[in-house]
Design a protein around this ligand. Sequence first.
Ligand SMILES: C[S@@+](CC[C@H](N)C(=O)[O-])C[C@H]1O[C@@H](n2cnc3c(N)ncnc32)[C@H](O)[C@@H]1O
Length: 205
Amino acid sequence: MDKITEMIKSRYNRIAMFYDRMDPISDSIRKNALSIARDNVLEVGVGTGKNLSLYPSNCEITGIDFSREMLKRARERAGRLNLNVKLLEMDAQNMLFNDNSFDTVISACVFCSVPDPEKGLEELKRVCKPNGQIILLEHVRSANPVIGKMMDILNPLTSNMIGCNINRKTVSNVSKAGINLNNVVDIGRTKILKLIVATPEDIYK
Ligand SMILES: C[S@@+](CC[C@H](N)C(=O)[O-])C[C@H]1O[C@@H](n2cnc3c(N)ncnc32)[C@H](O)[C@@H]1O
């Protein structure tokens, strides 16, 4: 693992105990994003497992995260709620799953911190079945020039403190990774939080 990956991982290990209190995404936003998940689901960067109880009941869930401390809390939550999920320590940039393994691949607020986002997104594409779906609930750099510039200025602070880049251009990173964008929905008026629905291939080609 390279130095930046180690550093981001240690940031998340450090903040794991506070994470649930810092998290700004409501259960209703999460539940809405997860409502289209189906069958064999991979959640990348599962964190403390805030999504785990919100999936439709037909989903069989595997969650991965590279932070042991975040995963520990996800395991505790799954145990408390009696959820049948598989939780594994793994780096999104180099996953140990075979190609075309999952019907749905999901991330929520993860690609702000994956050190090499394009590589991570290529991995999502690789492990998702060709007729599967990729669902990303991610915050991105604002398209407003003033707010976007402010985000650039503040980014060194947030990335150093909590491992989160607030100025990532995740929608264009998805395209750069060769994933086919189907729908990008703004959540809220700031247009910073987006629900990105994509497929590994262009299914309408
Ligand atoms: C902001 S938290 C979001 C957690 C969870 N998805 C949620 O919605 O609450 C980002 C999570 O992504 C994980 N993460 C970041 N980069 C990763 C990588 N390369 N591989 C695996 N997990 C990663 C972090 O450890 C952390 O748990």
